[in-house]
Design a protein around this ligand. Structure first.
Ligand code: AMP
Ligand code: MG
Length: 497
């Protein structure tokens, strides 16, 4: 197979700590050349945040690089090794089967970010996969990542999507694409599992030291840095999952290889958003048992953290029983930490201040509202946005929730709880209750137009709507409407391969 040449083009100011410091944690590998690169979408705003020259990224030579036909100067492309528990079963060797870490840059805020390809050809970790990515899943990852970023939820993001001129074989031939992903890092729970399973404590320690330097530098000075590292990752995941629940996000495939150490959302394969509220909602075609249902996500995050803890045990304490006791204390604290983040999210959504507040009473207020939504099968996003309308003096005329006999009583309780709430509370409430989320039928329509008809207009329109999720706009009213219930009932998502 031809190997692409290193070009003279300095697209990114690379400084590649992973390839440099973690030799043996990845395999140097080059992207597979493709016949006809074409730029489909460039994320100019993200490029600017990264301090990358937007114009330089759109030249034909740069587009060739973004498709894998050349290696930008300073890149050290590697396929990263990782393992993972997939639906509860351990796969000792997953790794970047169709992805490559090109390198790292430091963005304009001083944050180190990975630049990685997805769909850039098979690597030694590809097993039976073709190493490719179809255009639809690439655009889906772009769209949902941008929506999450606009909702202030930590996420990886897409810098560019390029088609390759190849067809990739899925259930039908589809246009192939390479996506350029930006992440705080691609360290996963599964990365730790890989080195624990294959190489032992010294290798895990080297990885943990790297992760601490990169994501939790203050912990390097802690008395028990590896225990505190576990606690810090758990804290970020507790917050992340609470923020997902606040917008009705269902990740869909929370395998340990899809859970980051940084606390960013990663891998938008079979994800979807709730419409009618029900905690057991699942859309993924491969999740028949509901393991990764909306309401399971905190418990699964805790389960995944237990796998991280197992990998870290020999580092936490020399004595097995002491290590287990210390890690168990962190894991057992997780539900409480998540509940605290969830309550903060719900308080924001209900426009309540935490000051001098009664946690149990506020939790009950939130739960009772959700129970009404569940019983009435009401749209989650619109019901909460209606409450914001109420709080800002514009009670909505007709939202499903008002039909419930229980709602009138709940509304009185909520109104009684709200006097004296500050303007800051109202602003926070607005920011916690989007008008526009990536509704599944809109996402499918946008991707269908792009893939089947080469028409990017619906994608661009939806992307623009989702970029300003909190500003209600008359022209965009249709984007706030749920799909017909029969469409949602039949909706299925697939792992983005
Ligand atoms: P994912 O479901 O995307 O999280 O991927 C799980 C594992 O399968 C990872 O190791 C991927 O690199 C690998 N994988 C997924 N799709 C492909 C593909 N088309 N070719 C090679 N490897 C793949
Ligand atoms: Mg993955």
């Amino acid at each position: 197979m031809a190997t692409p040449a290193v070009t003279d083009l300095t697209l990114f100011a690379f400084d590649n700590t992973y390839a440099r410091e973690l030799d043996g944690y990845c395999v140097p590998w080059a992207p597979a050349p493709v016949p006809a690169p074409k730029l489909i979408k460039l994320n100019s705003a993200l490029a600017r945040d990264l301090g990358v020259n937007v114009d330089a990224l759109s030249t034909p030579e740069a587009v060739g690089i973004l498709a894998g036909n050349g290696i930008p100067r300073g890149a050290t492309p590697v396929a990263q090794a990782y393992a993972g528990h997939q639906f509860g079963h351990f796969s000792p060797q997953l790794g970047d089967g169709r992805a490559l870490l090109l390198g790292e840059i430091v963005d304009r805020q001083g944050c180190r970010r990975d630049i990685a390809f997805k769909g850039s050809g098979p690597t030694p970790f590809a097993r039976r996969g073709d190493g490719k990515c179809a255009l639809g899943p690439a655009l889906r990852e772009y769209l949902i990542g941008e929506a999450m970023a606009a909702l202030s939820i930590p996420t990886t993001r897409t810098l560019a999507v390029v088609t390759t001129g190849e067809l990739v074989r899925r259930d039908r031939p589809l246009p192939g694409a390479v996506l350029t992903r930006i992440a705080a890092s691609h360290l996963r729970v599964g990365t730790f599992e890989f080195f624990a399973a294959h190489q032992g404590p010294a290798a895990v320690r080297k990885l943990a030291d790297y992760a601490i330097r990169r994501h939790y530098p203050a912990l390097a000075e802690a008395d028990r840095p590896y225990l505190e590292f576990l606690r810090a990752v758990a804290e970020r995941q507790a917050a992340l999952v609470a923020s997902w629940l606040g917008v009705g996000f269902i990740h869909g495939v929370m395998n340990t290889d899809n859970m980051t150490i940084s606390g960013e959302t990663i891998d938008y394969g079979p994800c979807a958003f709730l419409e009618a509220y029900h905690p057991r909602t699942v859309f993924s075609s491969i999740d028949a048992g509901g393991r990764y249902a909306y309401g399971q996500q905190a418990a699964i995050a805790q389960w995944n953290l237990a796998r991280l803890a197992e990998a870290l045990l020999p580092l936490i304490d020399e004595t097995d029983s002491a290590a287990v006791a210390a890690a168990t204390e962190v894991l057992e604290a997780f539900p409480g930490r998540h509940a605290a983040h969830w309550l903060a999210v719900m308080r924001a959504k209900l426009g309540l201040s935490a000051e001098a507040a009664d946690d149990a009473a506020d939790r009950a207020l939130a739960d009772d509202f959700l129970n009404i939504l569940k019983a009435e099968r009401v749209d989650f996003t619109n019901a909460f946005r209606a409450l914001y309308g109420h709080a800002s003096g514009r009670p909505p005329a007709a939202v499903g929730v008002y039909r419930s006999p229980d709602f009138a009583a709940w509304l009185q309780r909520w109104l009684a709880r709200r006097p004296g709430q500050s303007a800051g509370c109202l602003a926070a409430m607005r920011h916690a209750n989007p008008c526009y989320i990536p509704r599944n039928h809109r996402v499918e329509a946008a991707l269908g137009a792009a893939v089947d008809r080469g028409n990017m207009a619906p994608f661009e329109r939806l992307l623009a709507v989702l970029g300003q999720p909190f500003d209600e706009r008359d022209d965009d009213a249709a984007y706030a409407e749920p799909a017909p219930p029969e469409v949602t009932a039949a909706y299925q998502t697939f792992c983005g391969t």
